[in-house]
Design a protein around this ligand. Structure first.
Ligand code: EPU
Length: 420
């Protein structure tokens, strides 16, 4: 397994470019299953989860090509509307194919995802929503077997709690259902709106994506389209925090500042200068001391749970006590014990972490436990004295495109040590 070796203590300076959003690319690839015609997707990041989704849609019968240009997907014949356990177990977002497959093929067989490092992460809301649209779903041998031989029909679906991929799954299914579907208490994440934009280009009729009520009028068929995925706000946020933490001067290019609002508000409260530089770039600089601020993760437009671990690394260097509350997932503090091994003063109490700073971090051997936890350890390594070695960086490769190259270009001393 590859590792990262980081020599800390360098302020990051220069420009860093953001890739396309992993969490937009995944539903976009699933949406390609809704039409027989070619779909061209630009700015698809080369990260492992996207590769897994490519394999998954290829397994169902779609062809996926990338010859330097956009990703081209043609789902002409779907001989196997199935998502096998071997692929699903490595990526929970595989459940995104359930809605499109049952809508297009009238049946689907999708493995239930197993456990996950950050919480139990059930998919009951995807299932209940599709049942509202008329799918019959039973669970057998670890698989969900869904059927809708006469096709799906529009319905009102109220989500008991906000679910991002659940909203996306239902939106895709409803696009080919007969009649109108109304999704209430829908996720408002920019990735949901991006998926709606792609579906609209494919001929779907969708209103309200990006708000909590989405109306979808089903159509008989969808057609091919060309679409550019939005910027990855979590990657951009990780870089902004890296710039702030190392007291650098970093220009994060190719992002959407509006999507990062909750983070930039917190960064400014913490004493970091964040400036917009044109329509698609943010510059961070830190001159004075970092101050502690409290933070609670929430659904968009609140503070993203996917940036909580990175923000905790920042708070280890801030003066005072910071109370970090994780409201989305029940077990998303796996990075804290590793940060503590590097010298941080963090106390965990259920869904809250109390971080007292500033504490000098020193390099250590640490283990990445999930994608965003790994990012937080990379950030801690950048500011720690001496050498940090992070094991199991395959987690970071799931969602960050060449992070070591990007960070090296702005001065970080970070190297991938390949497993022999
Ligand atoms: N939930 C249920 N039942 C469901 C679905 C969700 O109880 O059927 C619960 C979850 O257990 C969780 C909460 O609802 O406590 C929210 O989960 P959500 O469904 O919104 O998460 P997700 O769609 O599985 C996406 C992102 C995650 C991100 C979350 C929250 C993708 C592919 N994944 O997951 O991204 O953390 O939304 O914003 O979009 C990451 O990129 O590192 C990542 C984990």
């Amino acid at each position: 397994m590859d590792k990262f070796a980081i020599e800390g203590g360098v302020a990051l300076r220069g420009e860093i470019e953001v890739s396309g959003a992993k969490n937009s690319a995944l539903p976009a690839l699933a949406a390609c299953l809704l039409t027989e015609e070619p779909v061209f997707l630009h700015r698809i990041p080369r990260v492992r989860d996207v590769r897994t989704m490519e394999k998954l849609i290829a397994y169902t019968g779609a062809s996926v090509e990338r010859n330097g240009g956009p990703l081209k997907v043609v789902a002409k014949y779907l001989a196997a509307p199935e998502a096998p356990y071997d692929l699903v177990k490595t990526m929970r977002a595989s459940s995104l194919v359930l809605g499109p497959l049952v809508a297009r093929c009238g049946r689907a067989r999708v493995s239930m995802p197993g456990g996950c490092a950050i919480g139990t992460r059930p998919i009951n809301l995807h299932v209940a929503g599709l049942e509202h649209l008329g799918a019959r779903i039973r669970q057998e041998h670890g698989y969900l077997e869904a059927e809708a031989p006469q096709g799906l029909r529009g319905a009102a679906v109220h989500f008991d709690r906000v679910t991002v991929t659940g909203t996306e799954d239902l939106m895709m299914a409803a696009a080919l259902a007969r009649g109108e579907t109304i999704l209430e208490n829908a996720a408002q994440e920019p990735e949901v709106a991006d998926l709606a934009a792609l579906l609209a280009k494919m001929g779907a009729s969708i209103e309200g994506a990006g708000t909590s009520t989405i109306r979808i009028r089903g159509v008989e068929r969808l057609h091919g389209a060309e679409h550019t995925i939005i910027a990855d706000r979590i990657e951009a946020g990780t870089f902004l925090i890296a710039g702030a933490l190392t007291r650098g001067d970093l220009l994060v290019r190719g992002c959407v500042p509006e999507h990062l609002h909750a983070l930039t508000v917190k960064l400014r409260q913490a004493g970091v200068t964040v400036e917009e530089s044109g329509a698609d770039a943010l510059r961070v600089t830190t001159t004075g001391p970092l101050r502690s601020v409290d933070m609670t993760t929430e659904e968009y437009p609140g503070f993203a749970t996917d940036l909580q671990a990175q923000f905790m690394a920042l708070m280890t260097q801030a003066e005072g006590i910071s109370l970090i509350t994780e409201k989305i997932f029940e077990n998303r503090f796996m990075h804290a014990p590793e940060l503590i091994r590097m010298g941080a003063n963090i106390r965990l109490d259920g869904r809250q972490a109390i971080v007292a700073g500033p504490r000098e971090l020193t390099g250590a051997n640490v283990i990445a436990s999930d994608l965003r936890a790994s990012a937080s350890l990379v950030l801690a390594g950048l500011v720690a004295r001496g050498r940090t070695v992070i094991d199991r960086v395959y987690h970071i490769d799931r969602g960050y495109e060449r992070i070591e190259d990007k960070l090296s270009q702005v001065g970080a001393r970070i190297q991938r040590v390949e497993a022999r």
